[in-house]
Design a protein around this ligand. Structure first.
Ligand code: FES
Length: 273
């Protein structure tokens, strides 16, 4: 059993939870995920690790309340226990040897983008962040991104906070200013990752996208996270969740995602550009 030590609402229906899980915290790396079950017979919920503290044995997750499984999770409070909390799973982000990188986060996807920024900063990579939200009320982790980035650009679709526009605008400005970017990481809605990959292709910059949002149960058995990468069939939960953004068939992923959208477990999806 895994005790919840902190629960905090970050934005409308977006909640941060910190859980005592020392074995997971000991090995966790940016880009990996956990699978939890609220009760013995609950559905499995795969959630990317948003932060970890090895010394205190803590793992932070951020989830959007979108279905029964996440509602059950959200009914737990500080001091309550989660039945299973398995991880770390999936391949860690490949960040070694990067001198200069840009991390693009969209909406709740910023929960997954933040540990990548933090890990890059900790290894002294020069890192720029571009984070985008529909409006001011949906902004999350602003301080965290700002404190670990050499520069942070905050965009909002409606201009109610930061700069008006989509993340692709902020990204393109940075790519014009810095011709020596080694890698761009893009994490957010499928349409956002597709558009970011189109921009970086133009500039010839390697791009990594996280297909976490299409995972259903994270076990490799449901088939829900199947996608095509460079003409080959892959599974986000087994082969990823990170893939080369220039090789992913985003249109297929989007149409499959629409089919699975109404499945009970679907945690980090928000359609925005
Ligand atoms: Fe079920 Fe990957 S999430 S196979």
């Amino acid at each position: 059993m895994y005790r919840i030590v902190l629960k905090e609402t970050l934005a409308t229906a977006v909640v941060k939870m910190t859980v005592e899980a020392p074995y997971v915290a000991r090995k966790a790396k940016a880009g990996q995920f956990i699978i939890l079950r609220v009760h013995e017979n609950s559905e499995r919920i795969p959630l990317t690790i948003a932060d970890y503290n090895r010394e205190d044995g803590l793992i932070t997750i951020i989830y959007q309340v979108v279905g029964k499984a996440t509602m059950d999770l959200n009914n737990l409070e500080e001091g309550d226990f989660i039945h299973d909390f398995v991880g770390p799973l999936g391949k860690p982000s490949e960040i070694e040897h990067l001198k200069k990188a840009i991390v693009v986060g969209g909406g709740v996807g910023c929960a997954i983008a933040y540990p990548v920024v933090k890990a890059l900063a900790e290894q002294n990579t020069e890192v720029f962040s571009v984070v985008g939200f529909r409006n001011k009320d949906l902004v999350i982790l602003e301080e965290e991104f700002a404190s670990h980035s050499d520069k942070m650009v905050l965009m909002s679709d409606d201009g109610s906070y930061g700069t008006k526009g989509f993340v692709t605008t902020g990204l393109e400005t940075l790519l014009e200013e810095h011709k020596d970017i080694d890698c761009v990481f893009a994490i957010g809605p499928i349409i956002m990752m597709k558009n970011v990959s189109a921009v970086t292709k133009k500039y010839g910059v390697k791009t990594v996208v996280s297909m976490n949002s299409i995972m259903i149960d994270g076990t490799g058995m449901c088939g829900g996270c199947r996608l095509t990468v460079g003409g080959e069939t892959k599974f986000a939960c087994v082969d990823g969740p990170e893939f080369d953004g220039h090789l992913v068939d985003f249109d297929e992923a989007q149409s499959r995602n629409n089919i699975f959208k109404n499945q009970p477990v679907h945690n980090l999806e928000e359609d925005k550009d």
